[in-house]
Design a binder for this molecule. Structure first.
Ligand SMILES: NC(=O)c1ccc[n+]([C@@H]2O[C@H](COP(=O)([O-])OP(=O)(O)OC[C@H]3O[C@@H](n4cnc5c(N)ncnc54)[C@H](O)[C@@H]3O)[C@@H](O)[C@H]2O)c1
Ligand SMILES: [Zn+2]
Ligand SMILES: [Zn+2]
Length: 378
């Protein structure tokens, strides 16, 4: 079918909304009409060249990986999904059978290996194209288009009563942030948790830490409005930088430092690791969720402190969560009023305004920007 999509033709180019072709589902796939797509920072890492696309894929690239919608077509051999089902797209596929999935780590599913190649899980070919050229879709999804054809392992069925535009955010930002606090940091009641960077991911780390029973939640962001919003989501203290937070944090914790810190800045740099670990006390954990330049390896840090103060440095993809378990669970918390989703969306955009959406993100105007699709897009 002919539709439209926000396409990148090379590093540092602007997003270009143009006519694209989305193919019918082959065996194992479904087609989805999307209600909305969140504007996550990770797509911008591709745009500025931090995250390289992997051969044989490459540009042109179709962005977007935070979407939800309604199944419109079902390919052969797909079990448990039917036309009309409401679904969220997980940005990591979960096959349910590989060693990672079957040991409870769906976020590390072996199907993730091809996410940046653009090659479909079903048969290694491409399902979307622009001007006759194959498109590599972000995370094999490409939600910056009103329609996607995706593998069933990226599709999580949800209840019909959940608003789809809010559910979209749970496909990446909400679960990644919430899980970074609950699973990766293993926040327990009474902890002091520091969240560094209050965007779409960090704000959900704040609400995850609050739900897990943290006593103090220290939110750090240079932008004042982000610090104010963090208080609405459960933060107890805010600071403009890690340096500014250090002394008050020592004071607050009777000299012990935080139990947990979570790094969710827009673009991570090596020096931030030591700064984060300095805020964490003996036996504490620092979680790295943020991304930066993919081939950067320099991290100046005190190995002496790491060893003798027995600190833990923990990476986290999808917050350490399981898409098939955690997406429905978090939507259940939303339904019961225990998780905020409505308050996350600062601004809604048309797909045509996507460059404005991302420049607003960089200017710190949005907790989360959302592209919302309507009848005029279908
Ligand atoms: N590991 C994963 O699974 C995963 C998933 C999604 C996103 N991410 C990554 O998480 C990061 C955050 O994404 P987002 O969508 O929330 O981005 P965002 O741009 O919405 O938010 C980033 C926030 O960090 C703040 N910030 C920047 N530098 C800072 C600093 N030095 N100290 C404190 N705060 C600072 C910004 O003001 C902004 O509020 C990105 O790097 C993204 O690629 C990782
Ligand atoms: Zn994301
Ligand atoms: Zn798997």
């Amino acid at each position: 079918m002919k539709t439209k999509g926000a396409v990148l033709w090379g590093v540092n180019e602007d997003w270009k909304v143009e006519e694209i072709e989305v193919g019918d589902p082959v065996a194992g796939e479904v087609q989805v009409q999307l209600a909305a797509s969140g504007l996550c920072h990770s797509d911008e890492h591709v745009r500025i060249g931090d995250i390289p696309l992997v051969e044989p894929g490459g540009f042109p690239f179709l962005g977007g990986h935070e979407g939800a919608g309604i199944v419109t077509k079902v390919g052969a051999g797909v079990e448990g999904l039917a036309e009309g089902d409401h679904i969220v797209l997980g940005f990591i596929p979960s096959c349910g059978r590989c060693p990672s999935c079957s040991s409870g780590h769906q976020n590390l599913c072996d199907n993730g290996a091809t996410l940046l190649t653009g090659q479909s899980i079903a048969d290694g070919s491409y399902r979307a194209s622009v001007g006759g050229k194959n498109l590599s879709p972000m995370c094999l999804l490409g939600t910056f288009s009103p329609y996607v054809t995706v593998h069933n392992s990226s599709v999580i069925k949800i209840e019909d009563d959940i608003p789809l535009d809010k559910a979209a955010l749970v496909g990446c930002g909400v679960t990644t942030g919430w899980g970074s606090a609950v699973y990766a940091a293993q926040t327990t009641p009474g902890d002091t948790v520091v969240v560094i960077g209050i965007g779409g991911i960090g704000i959900n780390a704040v609400q995850g830490a609050a739900l897990a029973g943290a006593k103090r939640i220290v939110a750090i962001d240079p932008i004042e409005s982000k610090r104010e919003r963090a208080m609405d989501f459960g933060a107890t203290h805010t600071f403009a930088s890690m340096t500014e937070a250090y002394e008050p944090l020592v004071d607050l914790t009777w000299g012990r430092g935080a139990e947990k810190a979570i790094l969710t800045v827009g673009r991570i740099e090596g020096h931030m690791i030591q700064e984060m670990l300095t805020l964490v006390g003996k036996g504490g954990t620092g979680v790295v969720t943020a991304m930066g330049q993919a081939d950067a390896v320099d991290v100046p840090m005190s190995l002496f402190e790491l060893a003798l103060l027995q600190k833990r440095l923990q990476g986290a993809v999808f917050g350490g969560g399981n898409p098939r378990y955690d997406i429905p669970k978090l939507l259940g918390l939303y339904r019961d009023g225990q998780l905020k989703l409505d308050e996350l969306v600062t601004t809604e955009y048309k797909l045509e305004d996507i460059n404005k959406g991302y420049s607003d993100m960089f200017e710190g105007k949005n907790l989360r920007g959302l592209v919302k699709y309507g009848p005029e897009d279908y």
